[in-house]
Design a protein around this ligand. Structure first.
Ligand code: NAD
Ligand code: DAU
Length: 380
């Protein structure tokens, strides 16, 4: 069958990737979606069960560092667009094992870029109608301060450059123009990969786009990250390890809204541009944890306050970034994207999903993961 477009999505068996693959497979039956994933501990084909038999979907198990395989996939499927999500993504793991992060996030991205370059430059139309879209993180910008106008207690209402009001824990934000200042091995490796992507545009003329997104939450997130880990621990009545004082601030976006943004940008974004993606939705960790506890307890029929005692303050993460806050006004003004879900609705849907999908959780929190998790917390 001849497809209108042939799009390679890397890391499609992971958390965000699976939502992007699902959206593209369902929304664009005339596109061939080739999902390429190494299936590391974080990759899980169960995340894609509902679309695995779709006629416009193909799965390839491969490492992005395997340059020959990537070249073969480009040629075999006549790839004209790449949405690159494959990465090592967990900050705590990067602190323990930075090499794996440099290998996948830096060398893997370079391997994809070089394979795309060679293939696209071999075609008569070269880069016409092609796009290398790299998914990155707000963590490359470093950390923001907690600050507030004099006499006003945070969170305070502020006005974004779009004119909208929202709550914030500081007066500064990450903009597309903010200088890179990564602190963790994870964010350093993502920053490096962003630079390589831009270098391929500037040096070879490859059409590239980079987007930097804030913290995602929602179904299918690996339960090492704050939200699914804590929902799972509350349900199992295990301690909730709050790093430091729980004062760090993150800006949370429902994963389906991130996938919608990726769709909009893939189709309408300008090559060579960077877009920030965020929810204007800042939460102090401890406040978010209290909302999660309340929601899980209510949905499980526990009395209010039942799981509060699980909160356990533990040694802080090394180099723990204090605050992330994205200004995504450019994306709203230029491409018309904005989040579709309010946080209250998003967290309710998310908690319900994990409670309704306990088999999914149990399947990945046993065996190897359990050993890794115990080891990580024993050695903190
Ligand atoms: P994830 O860890 O859930 O999934 C990563 C996927 O990449 C997995 O399926 C894994 O098997 C695959 N992968 C890892 N190494 C690979 C390799 N060498 N070759 C091929 N596949 C490999 O990650 P996620 O949270 O879905 O993040 C996806 C992307 O979005 C990452 O690039 C991450 O930096 C970025 N991002 C994540 C967030 C977030 O909050 N989760 C926010 C902003 C940006
Ligand atoms: O900002 C985007 C980034 O968000 C992505 O690029 C990363 O891939 C993603 O993992 C996420 O990074 P964080 O480090 O912010 O997410 P994490 O879920 O690991 O932690 C969220 C906050 O919760 C952070 O301040 C650390 C804290 N935390 C986390 C865990 C796992 C705890 O207090 N206890 C925990 O057990």
């Amino acid at each position: 069958m001849d497809f209108k477009r042939n799009i390679l999505i890397t890391g499609g068996a992971g958390f965000i990737g699976s939502h992007v693959v699902r959206l593209f497979v369902n929304k664009y039956p005339d596109y061939h979606i080739i999902c390429l994933d190494k299936l590391t501990y974080a990759g899980n084909l169960a995340n894609l069960k509902d679309i695995e038999d779709a006629p416009n979907y193909t799965f390839v198990k491969s490492d992005i560092c395997d340059y020959e395989t990537i070249q073969a996939v480009m040629l075999q499927h006549n790839i004209d667009g790449i949405i690159h999500l494959a990465a090592e993504s967990h900050v705590d793991r990067s602190i323990k094992d930075p090499f794996t992060f440099a290998r996948t996030n830096v060398m893997g991205t370079l391997s994809l870029l070089q394979a795309a370059k060679l293939y696209w430059e071999s075609l008569p139309e070269r880069y016409d109608g092609k796009l290398f879209y790299h998914i990155s993180t707000d963590e490359v910008y470093g950390a923001l301060e907690l600050s507030h106008p004099e006499g006003i207690e945070p969170p305070f209402t502020t006005t974004a450059s779009s004119g909208e009001h929202h709550l914030a824990y500081g007066t500064d934000f990450f903009y597309e123009t903010t200088k890179y200042n990564p602190h963790s091995p994870y964010s350093a490796s993502k920053a490096s990969s962003d630079h390589f992507v831009r270098a391929f545009h500037d040096t070879y003329g490859m059409p590239t786009i980079v987007t930097n997104c804030s913290n995602n939450y929602g179904p299918y997130q690996f339960p090492e990250k704050l939200i699914p880990l804590f929902i799972n621990n509350i349900r199992q009545r295990k301690p909730l390890p709050v790093y430091g004082k729980g004062e760090n601030v993150r800006d949370w976006l429902y994963v389906v809204d991130h996938a919608r943004a990726i769709d909009t940008i893939f189709h309408n974004g300008k090559p060579a541009e960077t877009y920030n993606i965020g929810g204007f939705n800042e939460w102090k960790n401890i406040d978010l944890i209290k909302v999660m506890i309340k929601t899980v307890d209510r949905l499980l029929g526990n009395p209010e306050g039942y799981s509060d005692e699980l909160i356990t303050y533990v040694t802080d993460r090394a180099g723990h970034d204090l605050r992330y806050a994205i200004d995504s006004t450019k994306l709203k003004n230029e491409l018309g994207w904005e989040p579709s879900l309010q946080f209250e609705e998003g967290i309710e849907k998310t908690v319900s999903w994990y409670l309704d999908n306990q088999a999914w959780l149990d399947n990945i929190t046993s065996g190897e993961y359990e050993r890794y998790y115990d080891d990580m917390y024993k050695n903190r």
